[in-house]
Ligand binder design. Sequence first.
Ligand code: FES
Length: 102
Amino acid sequence: MGKIMVGKTSDIPAGKMQKVSADGKEILVVNVGDSYYAMDDTCSHAGASLSEGKLEGSIVTCDWHGAKWDCKTGKLHAFPAKIRDLNSYKVVVESGNVYLEL
Ligand code: FES
């Protein structure tokens, strides 16, 4: 398991999310009230980038068909069909830098 720097805290202020590439994966980093969370960026329904969706609290809504994901866990929050949960990743903040543990 490695720790990969993906940006600065100033790049992702509270209430914002950003897609990053790390270790060959596309990952969505989300700032909820100055706590950082990360999960797969690719929606498991039909492959949309969740970075283009909307963030309300810790819930990310996919822009394509409206699946709702909890960025704290990567789990599906609401969608009419059963689709695979996303992977979630540990985020570490040190000295204003944001790292993913992969
Ligand atoms: S691609 Fe995300 S809900 Fe369809």
